[in-house]
Design a protein around this ligand. Sequence first.
Ligand code: 16G
Length: 241
Amino acid sequence: MIDKQSPLPMYYQIEEEIKQRIAEDEYRAGDMIPSERELSETYEVSRMTVRQAITNMVNEGVLFREKGRGTFVADKKIEQPLQGMTSFTEDMKSRGMDASSKLLIFEKITAPFDIARKLQIDEKADVYKIQRIRYADQKPMAIETTFIPVAMLPGLSERVVQGSLYDYIERTKKLKIGKASQMIEATTADENQSSLLDVSALSAILHIERNSFLTDGTPFEVVKSSYRADRYKFISDIYRA
Ligand code: 16G
């Protein structure tokens, strides 16, 4: 309950109280939480205070609002470890979720300058440009744009990239994936991204770029992805030297 003598702000106490109910499964993903009016009566605080608490939790991705319907408990964010080079398909499988893709672009193009440099190929060389929306249990999680040298995987097809690219590289092509360097930065969804990812305009997005190499050091992909920040958090273990 809310302690009005506490130095902790009342909106913060309400947040903690609602989060506890979620942690204890009293409110589950998809449940509607009580209205602002009901919460302000329950906690004997102003609606402004309740609104502040709810807005903070919406911004954190704990709750989401639906116009004209109410406020609901969001699915728990996917915790993605930063160590270990896994594929989207493997990541979802390990969580018991179903991975699928919608192919938006599959074309052969002359490598853009920055991509040619990262793939260490001739500027006039051809690359595949593949753009996929990646889904977990039918819900959009990320948009991925992948560049691969055509010379590396001449037989790549639309059908292959409907499934797992890494599976094709390793099991069909018998190439050995070694490592990647990765960059993550914060952005917001533009109009196109927000409609593809089914989020509102200017939602928080995690932009990730991965540059991947075979075990012999040959670069094989550059991937630019936009992950829904309300569905993902990246975690890592760190050690003090
Ligand atoms: C992940 C990788 C991406 C890779 C894809 C292959 C990140 C940021 N990206 O999404 O680089 O191309 O997996 O997935 O982790 P697939 O084997 O399911 O096609």
